[in-house]
Design a protein. Structure first.
Length: 259
C-alpha cells in the first residue's frame, strides 16, 4: 500500500511540476521594469522568452514577438532550449508513468516491467526539473548582471540610461515547478524499489543431497533397508503350485518344497 501511495503522489507532484514548467515558459513576465526610482510611469515594460510587451497607463497592452533568432543573446537561446527540453522530458515521463502505475493493469504486465518503467519516468522527471531550474537560474543571473551594470551607469551620470529590469513572476513559477518535478521524480525512484519482486532481490541457492533422503518421524517404526529377502512370496507360490496335481487331486507340500 505504501508503494502505491508513493507512486501516485509522485505522479501527482510531477504532473504539477510539468504543468508549471509549461505555464512558466508561456508567460511574458520573465523580466519586468524596475519602478524603484520612478514608481509613477505612463509606460510599463516587461519581457518574456517569446515576446516583449508594453502596458500603458490607460490599460492598453501591446506585445511584439521576437522576429529574429540569431539576433538574440546566446544565453537567452540556451534558456529557451532548456525549458523546451524540460517540458518534452516531463511529458514523456507522464506518459510512461501512467502505464507504470500499480493500480493500472494492462494485459499480463509483470511487476518487474512496471518497476523499470517507474524508474525510467522518475529519471525523466528529475532531468526535467533540473533543466527547468537551470534555465530559470541562468535567466535570473542575466537579469542580475544587467541590473548592476545599469545601476553603475546611473551612478556615473551617463546619459541615455536603459531601463532596469528585475525578476518577473515567471521566474518564481519556474523555480517552484522545477522543484516539484524534482521531488516527484525522487518519489517515483523510491516507489520503484517496492515494485521489484522478492525473488529478484535475493538470489537463493538450493542444495540437493546426492544420497537417499530418509524422513524421520516420531513414534516406533521399522525402517526398511530395501534388501529383505522375498521368502514369503516365494513360499506362497510354491504352496500354490504343489496344491494342485495333474489328476486334480489336492496334495500337500512336503518339507523339501521349502528348500
Amino acid at each position: 500500500m505504501s508503494t502505491t501511495i508513493c507512486q501516485v503522489m509522485g505522479f501527482i507532484v510531477s504532473s504539477l511540476g510539468v504543468a508549471g514548467c509549461m505555464v512558466s515558459t508561456a508567460m511574458d513576465m520573465w523580466s519586468t521594469q524596475d519602478l524603484y526610482d520612478n514608481p509613477v510611469t505612463a509606460v510599463f515594460q516587461y519581457q518574456g522568452l517569446w515576446r516583449s510587451c508594453v502596458r500603458q497607463s490607460s490599460g492598453f497592452t501591446e506585445c511584439r514577438p521576437y522576429f529574429t533568432i540569431l539576433g538574440l543573446p546566446a544565453m537567452f537561446q540556451a534558456v529557451r532550449a532548456l525549458m523546451i527540453v524540460g517540458i518534452v522530458l516531463g511529458i514523456l515521463g507522464l506518459l510512461v508513468c501512467i502505464f507504470a502505475l500499480k493500480c493500472v493493469r494492462i494485459g499480463s504486465m509483470e511487476d518487474s516491467a512496471k518497476a523499470n518503467m517507474t524508474l525510467t519516468s522518475g529519471i525523466m522527471f528529475i532531468v526535467a526539473g533540473l533543466c527547468a531550474i537551470t534555465g530559470v537560474s541562468v535567466f535570473a543571473n542575466m537579469l542580475v548582471t544587467n541590473f548592476w551594470m545599469s545601476t553603475a551607469s546611473m551612478y556615473q551620470g551617463m546619459q541615455n540610461i536603459q531601463n532596469r529590469y528585475t525578476f518577473g513572476s515567471a521566474l518564481f513559477v519556474g523555480w517552484v515547478a522545477g522543484g516539484l518535478s524534482l521531488i516527484g521524480g525522487i518519489m517515483m525512484c523510491l516507489a520503484c524499489r517496492g515494485l521489484i519482486p522478492e525473488e529478484s532481490r535475493y538470489k537463493a541457492v538450493s542444495y540437493n543431497a546426492s544420497g537417499r533422503n530418509i524422513s524421520y518421524r516420531t513414534g516406533p517404526y521399522k525402517v526398511g533397508s530395501g534388501y529383505e529377502p522375498e521368502t514369503k512370496s516365494r513360499k506362497g507360490a510354491g504352496c500354490e503350485e504343489a496344491a494342485r496335481s495333474e489328476d486334480g487331486r489336492r496334495s500337500y507340500p512336503s518339507k523339501y518344497d521349502y528348500v
